[in-house]
Design a protein around this ligand. Structure first.
Ligand code: ADP
Ligand code: MG
Length: 283
């Protein structure tokens, strides 16, 4: 049994899980008892086992765990690409049965853009497909989000002219321009160099300060989870089960002893039965 903690904005001490106030609104995303399996001709792979978590509006909710613990599979299920074997997923009270524009995904790979379209056209593409407004309104919104990820100068460039970090910015702008209920991010910075990665994390937090979007973020990096997350769900190794849910440290205290302590605590919880490392192995 995992105790839930209060969402963004409450000053819970790092790593503690006080009970939620009684008057809290229902969760935006509700994942209950979710078992996910892959069935092939020869094998049955159980990726996650009876996973529970609730994401509230404006949470920066992080799924953290070792490679193969089912983080990407959970995200796919929330995205509606995969149905649970057991359990249920609800978004705003409605069961998730298929993909939809209310859940936009950003992947780790740099090749998620359409190479024959410009940056601006890439950002416009899902909005046009979902009939989000007139071509003019869609173009204006695209430019608005392109500016937010600092790529205005590159709006008319094609993806092959951009660095990996810039391509990720486009993918983030494209997803955010859809203004989804929940933004799904599957290790979006894992393939970037350390400096770019840090810059992109700061940028994401700045974007969050602007719009307070709800994000479900997958990572195998403890440091990234603490920096980017408001709440962190720790998953056990394969098949993924919930080990604990923790509140991260406030943004202003990222360099504090409390942050270090939380990092050590998460490390110990994740590796209580496995190898020593500063990061969970790549997933
Ligand atoms: P993570 O993202 O945490 O590294 P995944 O969700 O990718 O983990 O995978 C969870 C488990 O499911 C792993 O054991 C993996 O081998 C298995 N798996 C993932 N995708 C497939 C697939 N398409 N077919 C069969 N097994 C899969
Ligand atoms: Mg993965």
């Amino acid at each position: 049994m995992v105790t839930t903690v209060t969402g963004q904005g409450t000053a819970a001490p790092a790593g503690t899980s006080p009970p939620r106030a009684a008057a809290l609104p229902p969760p935006q995303l509700d994942v209950r008892g979710v078992t996910l399996q892959y069935k092939t001709k020869e094998h049955l792979v159980t990726a996650t086992y009876r996973v529970d978590f609730q994401v509230y509006k404006s949470d920066r909710y992080v799924l953290l765990g070792p490679s193969g613990c089912g983080k990407s599979t959970l995200l796919k299920a929330v995205g509606g690409y995969m149905m649970p074997e057991e359990g249920e997923i609800h978004l705003n009270g409605k069961p998730v049965t298929r993909p939809g524009p209310d859940r936009m995904m950003v992947f780790q790979e740099f090749d998620q853009l359409l190479p024959w379209k410009t940056v601006k056209e890439n950002v416009m593409f899902p909005m046009l497909a979902a009939r989000k407004g007139s071509a003019r309104a869609v173009a204006a919104k695209a430019m608005h989000y392109i500016e937010k990820v600092n790529l205005t100068k590159f709006a008319d460039h094609h993806p092959h002219l951009l660095s990996g970090g810039m391509k990720q910015r486009v993918a983030i702008a494209r997803a955010m321009a859809m203004e989804p209920e929940v933004l799904l991010m599957d290790e979006p910075y894992a393939a970037l160099d350390a400096l770019t990665r840090r810059k992109m994390q700061d940028e994401l937090l700045q974007l969050w300060d602007d719009t307070h979007f709800t994000v479900l973020f997958v990572t195998h990096s403890i440091a990234e989870a603490i920096k980017c997350g408001s709440r962190i769900l720790l998953l056990s190794p394969h098949p993924g089960q919930v080990k604990a849910e923790l509140a991260s440290v406030p943004r202003t205290e990222q360099d504090s002893a409390a942050a270090k302590e939380l990092e050590t605590r998460i490390h110990d919880m994740l590796f209580s039965d496995v190898v020593e490392d500063t990061e969970v192995h790549h997933g």
